[in-house]
Every structure is written in structure tokens, then in C-alpha cells.
Design a protein around this ligand. Structure first.
Ligand code: FMN
Length: 337
């Protein structure tokens, strides 16, 4: 048996990925005032897909207008946005890659000038945006679950191959996971299991909305602090993040796309190759589903070693590929495949 490597194929829930390299979501902020993708965005993703990555994860789109993080973010909050997304999916397929769309609700981690209600699990200051949201009522929670399901159905009809639920970087679902932002005492807070309840209900709703026909990814913030720095006191721990990963695995998620929680994807002061590798090691040891390791991977040898050691099934390489569209070709040469 040949040993798996960076350019080995991978079958995920009936879909074949050509190699182990994923382009992680990177917001282009090119949408119009309502959130319609610009035609330039489809071209942009087509050229990223042509780099030779197996899977392109398209940047976060909001599931409701009030869940929008910034004025130029894309939306999937109604059917009106589907044609723009269909053009993005088609451009990625034409360039030979598979694609996922990331769906998100910013909660209180949004720009202060954004219109509409600023929602969160509890009326406590968000440590990143410093906004104090309105505590979500039961009907707000039900509406949010439905909005994720409806957005996922649009992702499917637009022609994407995967849908990715955003539960990282301190956005709404991460706000529910974190004891820093979730002070609820009802069924959605108080214990780690209650804090992950909304995420699991959304995963169930999304699965039903796509009739089990579109494999599901979750971008999971494994912990609120990076592995080696303490930026926030009392946030989500790695042990709790691993428990959330296990619950998502049991719920049938196909790919866990790992990053961090409130400290974000690129915390200041964290340098070096594969800085979130300890998250991938901890999660891979606990789950059966596929795991993506992302964060600071710039060298092909790092990526190759992460795959060969079994640390993760896939690597996410965002800024290095954005800066050098020849990265995948060079990696093939460097690893001799
Ligand atoms: C400009 C930019 C925009 C980003 N937008 C998103 C996003 O929409 N959703 C998301 O989950 N992560 C987003 N990220 C985080 C990346 O997906 C990735 O986790 C991060 O860049 C670390 O990987 P890297 O070191 O390979 O760049 C963004 C990163 C950058 C640089």
C-alpha cells in the first residue's frame, strides 16, 4: 500500500477530493450594499480554483440581514442571492476544483454601524467588537436555526459541493460555545453541553434542509485561546472544543475545518508554521470524520508532514496560496508527486 501524502485523493461522503489541499475561506468584501456577490468575485474564485487546490471554501455569507458582519459581506439570506452564488460555484467547477460555501451569523461580532438588531446569547460585552448585544429570545433562536437551514438549501441549489457552518472566530455560534459570551441559564447555556446545543440543532436543521445530500462541514473554533498564548481568561478550552468536535462527528458532520474561537484565525503574536496544529492533533485523536488543519502553513513540507503523520486529513493554506498562485504546483515539485 502506498503511503498517503499531500497529493493523495480523499473520498469524503461520496465526493472525491483530488488532493489534500483546501483553500480556506478568505473574505473579499466585494459584495454590493445588499450583499449580492460582484461578478468580479466569481472570476476571483475561478482563479483561486485554478491553482490546483482540491476544495475552495468560499468566504462567509450571512444567513440573515442582521447576522451580517460588515457592509460588503456577501449574503445568502434569501433566494435573491442564489444567482450570484451559482456563478461562483460554476467558476470554481470550471477551473477543476470542488467548492463549499460558508454560512454565518455574526451575532455581536459585527461592525458597529451595521443595521438591524445586534443579537447574542447574553447581553454582555463582546470581547472583540466591544458591542453589547440583545439577549436572544426563544423565538430569535428558532428563527436563527431556520435561517441556517434555508441558507444551506440555497447553497445546495446554487451548485456547491459542501456547505460549511461557521462556528469559529467569535461569530454567533462561537459566542454560544464560549463561557465568555454565553451567560444563559436556560437550555442553551450553563454547561458545555448546553452551550453547544444551538450548534447541534443547526447542524441537524441543515442536514434536513439539504435532505442529507450535501456533505456538511463545520468551521470549529476549538478554543478561545491559541495553543501557546493566554489572551483571554476563562474562555472555551481545548477539552471542551474536542467534546464539541465529538458531538459534531456523532451528528454526521463530514469535515471539521478547525480554527480558533474568540482569538480569531490569525492572533497577533502567534508566528511559526502550523500554529493550530495542537488543535488538529487533539481533535483527530477523538473523531472519525475528516479534519482540516489550517493556520500559518506556508511550507509544502509542513503540509506533507501533517498529512503523513495523521495529524489531519487535509491542510488549509490561505494566505500563502493567495500570495502565490503557483504554491500548489511548487508543492507538487517539492514533495516529488
Ligand atoms: C483576508 C482574510 C479573510 C478571511 N475571511 C474568513 C472568512 O470569511 N471565514 C473564515 O472562517 N475565515 C476567514 N479567514 C481566516 C482564514 O480562513 C484562515 O483560517 C487564516 O487566514 C489562517 O490561515 P493561513 O495562515 O493559511 O492564512 C480570513 C483570513 C484572511 C487573511
Amino acid at each position: 500500500m502506498t503511503m498517503k501524502h499531500l497529493f493523495s485523493e480523499l473520498d469524503v461522503a461520496g465526493v472525491r477530493l483530488a488532493n489534500r489541499i483546501v483553500l480556506p475561506p478568505m473574505a473579499t468584501e466585494q459584495a454590493d450594499a445588499e450583499g449580492h456577490p460582484s461578478p468580479a468575485t466569481a472570476d476571483h474564485y475561478g482563479s483561486l480554483a485554478a491553482t490546483g487546490v482540491a476544495l475552495v471554501v468560499v468566504e462567509h455569507s450571512c444567513v440573515t440581514p442582521e447576522g451580517r458582519a460588515s457592509p460588503r459581506q456577501m449574503s445568502l439570506a434569501s433566494d435573491a442571492y442564489m444567482s450570484g452564488h451559482a456563478a461562483i460555484a460554476a467558476a470554481i467547477h470550471a477551473a477543476g476544483a470542488l467548492c463549499a460555501a460558508q454560512i454565518s451569523h455574526a451575532g455581536s461580532n459585527r461592525r458597529a454601524e451595521m443595521p438591524g438588531r445586534c443579537l447574542g446569547p447574553s447581553a454582555v460585552e463582546n470581547p472583540v467588537s466591544h458591542l453589547i448585544p440583545e439577549e436572544m429570545s426563544n423565538s430569535d433562536i428558532v428563527a436563527t436555526i431556520r435561517a441556517f437551514g434555508a441558507a444551506a438549501a440555497r447553497v445546495q441549489r446554487a451548485g456547491y459541493d459542501f456547505v460549511e457552518v461557521h462556528c469559529a472566530h467569535g461569530y454567533l455560534l462561537g459566542q454560544f460555545l464560549s463561557p465568555l459570551t454565553n451567560h444563559r441559564t436556560d437550555a442553551y447555556g450553563g454547561t458545555p453541553a448546553a452551550r453547544r446545543r444551538l450548534l447541534l440543532e443547526i447542524v441537524e436543521e441543515v442536514g434536513a434542509a439539504v435532505h442529507g445530500d450535501l456533505p456538511l462541514m463545520v468551521r470549529l473554533g476549538v478554543a478561545d485561546n491559541p495553543p501557546i498564548l493566554q489572551l483571554y481568561e476563562g474562555g472555551l478550552t481545548i477539552a471542551e472544543g474536542v467534546e464539541a468536535a465529538r458531538a459534531l462527528d456523532d451528528a454526521g458532520v463530514a469535515i471539521l475545518d478547525l480554527s480558533a474561537g474568540i482569538c480569531g484565525s490569525r492572533p497577533a503574536g502567534l508566528t511559526g508554521e502550523a500554529y493550530y496544529r495542537p488543535f488538529a492533533e487533539a481533535v483527530s485523536a477523538a473523531v472519525r470524520c475528516h479534519v482540516v488543519c489550517t493556520g500559518g502553513i506556508t511550507q509544502p513540507q509542513t503540509a506533507q508532514e501533517i498529512i503523513q503523520s495523521g495529524t489531519a486529513d487535509l491542510v488549509g493554506v490561505a494566505r500563502a496560496i493567495a500570495a502565490d498562485h503557483d504554491w500548489v504546483r511548487k508543492a507538487r515539485e517539492a514533495t516529488g508527486h
